[in-house]
Design a protein around this ligand. Structure first.
Ligand code: ADP
Length: 209
C-alpha cells in the first residue's frame, strides 16, 4: 500500500432522525467519498459475539440479550427512553468502541488514497469527542414535522414515540449552531437533493459522479 501524502478531508455528517443523512451519505459515496456508517458499526458491536456484548451483559444483565446473544434492541430502547442514566451507561459502552472502529476504517481509507472520508454520526453534536475528529460538520436539516412524516412512513412507530426520540437528541438549533455546512432537505426532490450534494462534494475536492 502506498502512503497517502495528503490526508483526506474528514467530514462529520449528521442530522436528526429522518433528516436524510443516509440518503446524503449514499449520494456522497457516489461522488467518491469514503463513507463510514457508525450505525452499521454499532449493529456489528451488538450482534451475537459483538465486542460490546459482554460489557452490556455485565452492566444491564443477560436479560437484555436475545436467545442468540445479540443486544435485545426493542427492550433496551424501552429502558433507555425511560431512563437517561441507563442511556448514558449504554452510550459509555458503545460510543468509544464505535469511534475507535470508525477511526480505524478511516486510517484504512487514507492508506488506500482517500480524498474525503465522511463519518455518518447521528449523535455527533451530542458527543464530546467527535468534533475533534473531523474538519467540517455537514448537517442535513429539515423541520421536525418533516422528520416525523418520513419516520412514520418508513417504520411502525407512532407520533408520540417519534417525538420522544427527537426530544432525546440535540435540538435543531443546537445542530445548526455546530454545523459548518447546512443542507436544507425539505421540499426537495431526490434529484434536487443529489444536485446539492454534488456541489457540496466538489467543495470537498470530489468530482461529479
Ligand atoms: P436518516 O438517515 O437521517 O434517518 P434517511 O436518509 O433514511 O434519513 O431518510 C428518511 C426517509 O426520507 C427515507 O425514506 C428517504 O428516502 C426519504 N427522503 C430523504 N430525503 C428525501 C427527499 N429530498 N425527497 C424524498 N424523500 C426523501
Amino acid at each position: 500500500m502506498r502512503p497517502n501524502p495528503s490526508p483526506p478531508l474528514r467530514v462529520g455528517l449528521t442530522g436528526g432522525v429522518g433528516s436524510g443523512k443516509s440518503t446524503v451519505a449514499t449520494l456522497l459515496a457516489r461522488c467518491g467519498a469514503d463513507v463510514i456508517d457508525t450505525d452499521a458499526i454499532s449493529r456489528r458491536l451488538t450482534a451475537p459475539g459483538g465486542l460490546a456484548i459482554d460489557a452490556i451483559a455485565q452492566v444491564f444483565g443477560h436479560g437484555y440479550l436475545t436467545a442468540d446473544g445479540a443486544l435485545n434492541r426493542p427492550l433496551m430502547r424501552t429502558r433507555v427512553f425511560a431512563n437517561p442514566d441507563a442511556r448514558h451507561q449504554l452510550e459509555s459502552i458503545l460510543h468509544p468502541l464505535i469511534q475507535r472502529q470508525a477511526l480505524q476504517q478511516a486510517r484504512l481509507a487514507q492508506q488506500a488514497g482517500s480524498r474525503c472520508v465522511v463519518f455518518e454520526v447521528p449523535l455527533l453534536i451530542e458527543s464530546a469527542t467527535w468534533h475533534h475528529e473531523v474538519d467540517q460538520v455537514l448537517l442535513v436539516d429539515c423541520p421536525v414535522e418533516t422528520q416525523i412524516k418520513r419516520v412514520m412512513e418508513r417504520s411502525q412507530r407512532d407520533r408520540p414515540a417519534i417525538l420522544a426520540m427527537i426530544a432525546a437528541q440535540a435540538s435543531r438549533e443546537q445542530r445548526q449552531q455546530a454545523a459548518d455546512i447546512i443542507l436544507y432537505n425539505d421540499g426537495l426532490s431526490l434529484d434536487e437533493l443529489a444536485q446539492q450534494v454534488q456541489s457540496i462534494a466538489v467543495g470537498f475536492g470530489l468530482s461529479s459522479p
